[in-house]
Design a protein around this ligand. Sequence first.
Ligand SMILES: Cc1cc2nc3c(=O)[nH]c(=O)nc-3n(C[C@H](O)[C@H](O)[C@H](O)COP(=O)(O)OP(=O)(O)OC[C@H]3O[C@@H](n4cnc5c(N)ncnc54)[C@H](O)[C@@H]3O)c2cc1C
Length: 419
Amino acid sequence: MENLEYDVVVIGAGAAGLMAAGTAARNGSRVLLLEKMEKPARKVRITGKGRCNLTNARPPEELVQQVRTNADFLAPAFAEFNNRSTMRFFERNGVKLETERGDRVFPKSGKAGDIANALEYYCRDNGVDIECNSRVTEILTAAGRVYGVLYFNKRGYERKVEAPNVIIATGGVSYPATGSTGDGYLFADALGHTIEPVRPSLTPLVTSHSQRSYMNGLLLRNVRAVLYVDNVPVREEFGEIGFSERGVEGAVALRMSRDAVDALIDGKSVKIVLDLKPALTDEVLRERIKREVAEMQPEEFFGELLRKLVPKQLVVPLAKELDVHSKLYISKVSEAEFERLVKVLKGFVLPITDYAPFEYAVVTAGGVHCDEVNPRTMESLKVKGLYFAGEVLDVDANTGGYNLQIAFSTGHLAGMLKK
Ligand SMILES: Cc1cc2nc3c(=O)[nH]c(=O)nc-3n(C[C@H](O)[C@H](O)[C@H](O)COP(=O)(O)OP(=O)(O)OC[C@H]3O[C@@H](n4cnc5c(N)ncnc54)[C@H](O)[C@@H]3O)c2cc1C
């Protein structure tokens, strides 16, 4: 083994792979990082709408609460390298950070590219050889341990590189144009690992609401939303919800998507019920409506009342929902119809019938089973010298910087391997 050119081959130069490669090299390993795209960290560069919400500054012990799948598995990785470590890491590598609403941490420059570049420099400074346009096709094993990989290099020739350790950091299958196309699952499966079926998470939800076309482009801030599965409330969220051609989006809908997608796959009925006036009780809202009506002229329309209560794009959907024409004179609206208005404002129902595909999903739920991986090292329990890091594992978390934190924590731990 001493004559091998490399101690470690890392597959995938995303957030996890760059962290793993740089850390292994800093600890004295000779590292080759193979990336199939033309440059590293394509996905990092588009995170946080191009600003990269790299972690979350809440107390480190609260990180696990934001993990939706296999939080216990991640605890040792968070203990070794937590959100504070991530912030220190980037600041030490020359990236100034700032913390915004919801404790979300961004580079002060507002440029996700600064995070991608800092990770790349970390690798290069520590002597990692990075080969881009290099797609790994097979992990080589003998007698239950890794000895190298096969890959196509940038000239299109198949190459073999031998190394006693391989870290799979190939990501999931969301936003496949960034390079994450699920290759890691194939490698892991071929080596005897179990793959939890993958499905999109943090993905827009498709509503069948008959008036959805009116709501395109609408952004509602400060709404309370409850997700119902088979008419049972399963999750409550407060914050922003938006509507686009892709479906219902915004932090609230994305956070709900994890449960909604699983329920839809299981054939259950799903709906989101929005409280459009969460700060007002039914009683206070009723009084508010009465006051507004009292100030209106009898020949003003019902739609004008609605306009005082909700954004313009909701006027027609609300009127249809109430079966009251928006051009009806306010003086003709009955008490019962005002009462129904209160009910609809406090419980506007969005039936959810589908979800947006992986192309629009921020993360992939599912992946390599965590109980076949040592949580203290990220080494496979099935193949010696094989490690996993990042989204390829069956882990996923809420929005707010937690998914990149998972990539950094697991990448760092995998990079601590003993050569
Ligand atoms: C639009 C968008 C916005 C996001 N915003 C945020 C955010 O603000 N905050 C946050 O915490 N999370 C965010 N996420 C999620 C976060 O980006 C991912 O969870 C994280 O990047 C996963 O890192 P990874 O290294 O595991 O995988 P990836 O970043 O997907 O990297 C995997 C790499 O492996 C390479 N690869 C794959 N197969 C091979 C192969 N056979 N050979 C060689 N290379 C290969 C790929 O090309 C890719 O570069 C966002 C995701 C998206 C899509």
